[in-house]
Ligand binder design. Structure first.
Ligand code: PLP
Length: 445
């Protein structure tokens, strides 16, 4: 393969703290099947694809570019569930203390692998409940409106569940959303947010700001925000800073501990492939997690194991993120995450990111070669400002084109208004998938 040009990707200054800096040789891409096959044969992660079940379309695996919405099922999931069913069948209540994976500690089994993926210490991570519930619980701890410091800054056009959560939290304190919520929108005629505008907005509202609460990546545009700079600005304004990482976790490596984010929440069924409705993930920075007096709503699973079963009065949280747990660990909601994270451990999040930059770059290159359909890529061009997903904006017929893709065995999704999201997850998508996607659009649309 010919490599004509060398450049460093993601060495962009504001991102140095947050991403592992990746040096890759920019490929001289080619719109040919031979090129795609060559890339696949040189892909160090090529065998990872065999670990997943693909739905079939006309006896061929579908082109699955929807891992940003629901990741594919790891083949190891069924056996992992069977182990817990065995423990339950053979040990019944004894499964809490015995069996292959004693359930008493089940929420801990994912912390090590997740800590590497988000750049945290294992004690800063727990799994519990689900994303929106955790967003509420974390806001109850970290959004504490006080006097005139009551505002929340968020991105305009955030995921609906986040909008509802923030709106109802504000109302819960008897505040008016119009006064308490500041939404940052793109400039007129633009689709993505400028970091400078986000930082300006934080500075403008500094005296009244209680919390900056944003998605690390916008679900609609695929824009990845400069989390290090925004977190720093939020702290300089005297506010807490929390992140919804639904579209980032398992997609782009993070450094949550080093950037000193106060908290973060995410779901496990998108890039983490843990199955529909799987347990949610939570990060609490150790400076808060170790503080057992930090305000929270408690339950017995957050209490120290030593005293949990004594049924005594007085909640004593564990001095770590799992001190926010409330209910018994959700074994069957966590087991597929545990199985999936074993694949991430093998693949390595930095290797995934490297492949993802190449794969999404190839997708972008081929899309730009199409002249028979009319659309605009609204996702930022720089790899440091995006992950796997490209969002294609159609001025007209977006929904129809989406439906036609589905009929052709291409699984992508459509989000109003006008956007088809295309996300080749590097764990199980190939360069040949991207090329096949391109030929279908070129020849059948
Ligand atoms: C997927 C997603 C959700 C979904 O929340 P659940 O509570 O898991 O249903 C919420 N917020 C964002 C930003 C998402 O991308």
């Amino acid at each position: 393969m010919e490599i004509v040009q060398c450049k460093t990707v993601a060495a962009h200054v504001p991102f140095d703290n947050i991403f592992t800096v990746i040096n890759i040789s920019a490929m001289n891409y080619a719109a040919s099947e031979a090129f795609a096959r060559q890339m696949d044969s040189e892909d160090p992660l090529k065998t990872m694809r065999d670990r997943f079940h693909f739905p079939q379309h006309n006896d061929l695996p579908v082109i699955y570019f929807c891992g940003n919405s629901l990741g594919l099922q790891p083949k190891a999931a069924a056996a992992a569930i069977a182990i817990e069913l065995d423990s339950w069948r053979n040990l019944a209540v004894g499964g809490y203390f015995g069996g292959t994976n004693p359930w008493l500690y089940y929420q801990q089994y994912c912390s090590g692998a997740l800590a590497k993926i988000v750049g945290a210490k294992p004690e800063e991570i727990t799994v519990m409940n689900a994303l929106t519930v955790n967003l509420h619980l974390m806001m109850l701890s970290f959004y504490r409106p006080n006097g005139k410091r009551l505002k929340i800054i968020m991105e305009a056009g955030a995921f609906p569940s986040d909008q509802y959560a923030i709106e109802t939290q504000v109302r819960h304190y008897g505040l008016e959303p119009d006064l308490a919520i500041v939404e940052i929108a793109p400039r007129n005629g633009e689709k993505i947010l400028r970091t400078e505008d986000i930082l300006d907005c934080i500075a403008t509202h500094a005296d009244e700001l209680a919390l900056v609460m944003m998605g690390g990546m916008n679900y609609y545009t695929g824009q990845l925000f400069d989390m290090a700079a925004i977190t720093k600005a939020g702290h300089e304004a005297g506010a807490m800073v929390g992140w919804d990482l639904a579209h980032v976790v398992g997609n782009v490596p993070l450094q949550l501990h080093n950037i000193e984010a106060d908290f973060a929440v995410w779901c496990s069924y998108k890039y983490l492939n843990a199955g529909p409705g799987a347990v949610g993930g939570v990060f609490v920075h150790e400076r808060h997690a170790a503080n057992i007096n930090f305000p929270r709503l408690g339950g017995w699973w957050g209490n120290d194991e030593k005293t949990r079963f004594k049924m005594e009065k007085g909640f004593v949280p564990k001095p770590e993120a799992s001190g926010w747990c409330q209910s018994t660990s959700q074994v069957f909601n966590t087991v597929c995450l545990k199985a999936s994270l074993e694949i991430f451990e093998e693949a390595g999040i930095d290797n995934l990111r490297k492949k993802s930059i190449l794969l999404t770059g190839y997708l972008e290159y081929l899309l730009k070669a199409l002249d028979n359909i009319s659309y605009e890529i609204i996702t930022p061009q720089h790899p440091a400002e995006r992950g796997t997903q490209l969002s294609l904006f159609f001025h007209r017929d977006g929904r129809l084109i989406h439906d036609k893709m589905i009929d052709s065995g291409i699984i992508v999704d459509y989000r109003e208004p006008g956007v088809i999201r295309v996300a080749p997850a590097p764990l199980y998508c190939s360069f040949s998938d991207v090329f096949r996607f391109y030929t279908i659009l070129r020849d059948q649309f």
